[in-house]
Ligand binder design. Sequence first.
Ligand SMILES: [Zn+2]
Length: 213
Amino acid sequence: MSISCQYHQYLVRPIGLFALLLASAVAIAQTANDFPKTYSDIDYSQKIDSLRNLYGQKISYQNAEQMELATLLAVSHYPLLQNRKIKVIIRKVKGAPVEASFSPFNFIKPRKSKIYKIIIHENSFMERLGLNKQIAALGHEMAHFIQYEERGYFGTLFGLLRYVSSDKYRITFEKKADKVAIDHGLGPLMFDFSFYTSKEEIKIYMDEKGYGY
Ligand SMILES: [Zn+2]
């Protein structure tokens, strides 16, 4: 049923040390205001190796290698998920163009073997979006993983039952995911790309929280 990222050996290789230094810098800059407001495809494509070192060690792709840059940048906003396995999959599926898969087994597995899957509908518009919109969409899906972690097994299961049976609950749940994404510095990217929360609502929330845009 479904509704809708480490570095090591830093003493061994110079690249590892570089990654550690970068990670420390990122660890300090973890408030919503410290992330870029937009990402330039050209600039960040050139940084893919260091991004992969920093955030990509636990991310795998199935037919979705073209989503790597957007995935790495989205997960850079979520320190918690940098310690989780994430799999991005593009395949023929029915339903939403992109979804954050919920597996009940994730809750009985030890934290290290949990796998969070983001499933993207093959040939959907997701593949054709620009970098910033892809990050916004993936960031929204990753916010669901945070919601699952916060709610735990029964909370998530109960939530999913309500999700499929109540439109009102579904919209509230989705708007909360948008807030989680905004709290993780993705607000400016969501102005142009958010399904559930209007640009005005995003602005109001960001003003309330003192987030710049
Ligand atoms: Zn969602």
